[in-house]
Structures are given as structure tokens and as C-alpha cells.
Design a protein around this ligand. Structure first.
Ligand SMILES: C[S@@+](CC[C@H](N)C(=O)[O-])C[C@H]1O[C@@H](n2cnc3c(N)ncnc32)[C@H](O)[C@@H]1O
Ligand code: SF4
Length: 390
């Protein structure tokens, strides 16, 4: 029986609004406008029903939903009635795994005890809080509306409601001192009980304000050697606090790896609803193709296209080559690596390159599992480029 015969199934829900636009962010996020709650519920609902039909038509064999992720934008700004409807409908039509993980991304500025308690009541059981920086100067630099005091209050209040809290942090800015960062990180971990951390090095994304500033020489990026020092020092500290790095930028305490993101990295099935969200499914029809569903990005366009039915902007059958590159690049991000039996065509791996990487101890291949050596994770992108056949 094929490995893909019964993949996991996840649901990603995109909420595109934020209180303000951060200068580094190229996510599909827009400053809040008035919305018609009933229309948004209708459109999400139409997409959920349409995707259920699609799963049947494309003969997608899947398990019950193992995770839902409300991402954004700032989904903690979403009226709870919308999230509640999405959770109830998906439970009815897809079925829930008994240990389903339901995550909500939240910003410290939008924290409100009553609202978060309601989120918990409707089924959210994991909070991912955008702390972003551990120092007021850098929070300002990142254009955030909150300060460290807001972070403390939010984390304290949220931990009274949720047992599974993750925080997002951005680090390794030009000018940031390694000593300052490591101290801040240690103090933060000492004062807060967290289950999961996502730690991202600042990247300058095209189309953002930071990109213009970078082109005008107002912002610089740090060199690779210093970035590697930041990465190694952070890994050591997190290890000391019992966080295991299970993906390039993600660290979890025992049993708190993010199930939802693991589904992406393991190239499983997921449905994507909401503006700009995309989903990927393995169809079990004859040749077993991977199909990608891309939503309209603009919130108003998305709403008008889904209010009286459901329409994706683009539906693409991914060919074996594209699909294999994705399986390999996503899978190698994981500390556990990727099972190469998942590849449709193993020849995308260049054997000479593989042997060289093995000899240099950058990569291992044991029992069909290909893994990047943990000390070399920082060089992941160049290792992957070298590994893939030209
Ligand atoms: C969809 S965004 C955030 C959710 C939430 N609205 C927030 O800002 O707190 C997901 C995460 O990506 C990270 N991120 C976004 N842009 C980034 C960039 N240019 N460099 C590094 N990390 C970035 C941030 O840590 C952010 O929390
Ligand atoms: S980083 Fe978060 S809050 Fe800032 S614009 Fe992007 S999605 Fe919105």
C-alpha cells in the first residue's frame, strides 16, 4: 500500500487583518477595515463544504483533522463567532482527531482576558504569541505596538488559560550585541513557562518597508558568521531550558512540537481557507498527484468570490519533480530529516553530491532517512541546493 494512502489532514485559516503593518512583514496582512461578520462566516463555510466535496471527488484518503491553525494577519482580532463557526463546521464535516491541536496566533496588543477565555471555550487549545523582541528598543525598530511590559502581562494572563503557549521571536539584527541577546533570552526563559518557541533571524523581504530602507542603506544585515554565532548561542541556551530543536527555527518541550507545522514539513494534506491561503492534497486517483489550491489574496476579492459558492484563484497539479523538491526541502528542515521513500523519483538527489556531503559529515542517510547533521543546520539552504540534481 502506498505511503500516502492515508495522510494526515490539517486546516489552515487565514485572517488577513492587523492593527498596523509591521515594516518587515510580507505576509498577507492589511490594516483592519470594517467587516460583515456574517459574510465572512458564510465565505469560510462555503470553502469548508466545497473542500469536503473536493476530498471526495479527488479520492483523497485522509485521517480526521489533526490540527487547525488560525494564522494571519492577527487572528486574535477575529470576532470569536467566526472562529467558533469554523471549528464547529469542520468538526461536523471532517471529524476531529481526539487530540486535535487548534492554534491561534495572537499579538500582545490584542490581549483581552474575556475574549481569550472565549477562544479557549470554543476549542482553541494552543496560543502562538508574537512577542518578536525582548527589548523595547527593538520592538520599536520592528514597528510593534507593544512593549515588554505588555508581553509580561499577556504571557502571565494567557498561561492561566492555556496549557500550550508558543512565542515567536525575531533576532540577529544588525547592531544587536550577542551578549545582550543571550542575557535577554535567558531572563525571558527564566521568568516564563513556555512550551514552544519559534526563533527567526530577521529577513529583509522584497516589497516591505525594510526592503526600501535596506536599498537606501538605512538598514544593514549581519554577516553569515555572526548569524551562525547567534544561532549556536541561542540553541545552547534553549537546550539548557529543556527545549529541543526539532526544526531549523522551532524548539519544543517534550510532547509540544507543533502538529500543524509538522504536517507541512512532512508534506501531508492540508486545506487552506481565507484570503491568500493555500492548501495541498494528495489525490489517490490513478497517478496519485499532489494538487495545490491557491486562494484569492485580496480580502475583498476573496470574500466576493466565496460568498455565494467557493472559488480558488488557481488549482495546480504539481508534477513529480516539483512535488519531490518540496518534499525534500521541507523534510530536511526537520531534525529527524526526511524518509526518501516518500520521493516519487529518487533521481532528484545527485548521488555524487550526496556522497560528498556524507563524507564531510554534513548529511547522513540511515534506513532511508536523510538528515542534515544538526551542527550544519544553519547551512541548510546551500546543502539542499548542492544535493539536488541540476
Ligand atoms: C504571520 S506572522 C505573525 C503573527 C502575528 N500577527 C504577529 O505578528 O505577532 C508569523 C511570524 O513570522 C515572523 N516573521 C514575519 N516576518 C519576518 C521577517 N521578515 N523576518 C523574520 N521573521 C519574520 C514573525 O516572528 C511572526 O510572528
Ligand atoms: S508581523 Fe504580524 S502584526 Fe505585523 S503586519 Fe505581519 S501579520 Fe500583522
Amino acid at each position: 500500500m502506498s505511503k500516502y494512502f492515508e495522510n494526515s489532514l490539517s486546516l489552515y485559516v487565514h485572517w488577513p487583518y492587523c492593527e498596523s503593518k509591521c515594516p518587515y512583514c510580507d505576509f498577507n496582512s492589511h490594516v483592519n477595515e470594517t467587516i460583515d461578520v456574517d459574510n465572512w462566516i458564510k465565505s469560510y463555510k462555503n470553502q469548508l463544504y466545497a473542500m469536503k466535496e473536493e476530498l471526495i471527488n479527488k479520492d483523497v484518503r485522509h485521517k480526521n483533522l489533526s490540527s487547525i491553525f488560525f494564522g494571519g494577519g492577527t487572528p486574535s482580532l477575529m470576532p470569536t463567532r467566526i472562529a467558533e463557526n469554523i471549528i464547529d463546521i469542520s468538526s461536523n464535516i471532517y471529524g476531529f482527531d481526539e487530540n486535535i491541536e487548534i492554534t491561534l496566533e495572537a499579538n500582545p496588543t490584542s490581549y483581552d482576558d474575556k475574549k481569550f477565555f472565549k477562544f479557549k471555550q470554543i476549542g482553541i487549545n494552543r496560543l502562538s504569541i508574537g512577542v518578536q523582541s525582548l527589548n523595547d528598543e527593538y520592538l520599536k525598530f520592528l514597528g510593534r505596538l507593544h512593549n515588554i511590559r505588555d508581553v509580561e502581562i499577556t504571557l502571565k494572563a494567557a498561561s492561566n488559560i492555556f496549557d500550550n503557549i508558543s512565542v515567536d521571536l525575531i533576532y540577529a539584527f544588525h547592531g544587536q550585541k550577542l551578549m545582550d541577546w543571550t542575557k535577554e533570552l535567558e531572563t525571558f526563559l527564566n521568568s516564563n513557562k513556555l512550551q514552544h518557541i519559534s526563533l527567526y533571524q530577521l529577513t529583509i523581504e522584497e516589497g516591505t518597508k525594510f526592503f526600501k530602507d535596506y536599498q537606501n542603506g538605512l538598514i544593514k544585515i549581519i554577516d553569515d558568521d555572526l548569524a551562525a554565532e547567534f544561532y549556536d548561542a541561542s540553541n545552547k541556551i534553549l537546550n539548557g531550558f529543556n527545549f529541543t530543536r526539532y526544526e531549523v527555527s522551532n524548539y519544543a518541550k517534550n510532547n509540544f512540537k507543533c502538529k500543524h507545522n509538522l504536517n507541512y514539513w512532512n508534506s501531508e494534506n492540508w486545506i487552506g481557507i481565507g484570503p491568500g491561503a493555500y492548501g495541498r492534497l494528495w489525490s489517490s486517483n490513478r497517478n496519485k498527484n499532489r494538487i495545490e489550491y491557491q486562494n484569492y489574496k485580496n480580502p475583498k476579492t476573496w470574500l466576493s468570490k466565496n460568498l455565494f459558492g467557493s472559488k480558488y484563484e488557481k488549482i495546480t497539479k504539481l508534477n513529480d519533480h516539483v512535488s519531490d523538491i518540496d518534499t525534500l526541502t521541507m523534510g530536511l528542515r526537520l531534525s529527524d530529516g526526511v524518509e526518501i521513500t516518500k520521493l516519487r523519483n529518487k533521481s532528484i538527489i545527485d548521488n555524487n553530491s550526496l556522497e560528498k556531503l556524507k563524507r564531510k559529515n554534513l548529511i547522513t542517510l540511515v534506513n532511508d532517512r536523510l538528515k542534515v547533521n544538526k551542527r550544519h543546520m544553519i547551512k541548510l539552504n546551500s546543502i539542499i541546493n548542492f544535493l539536488i540534481s541540476p
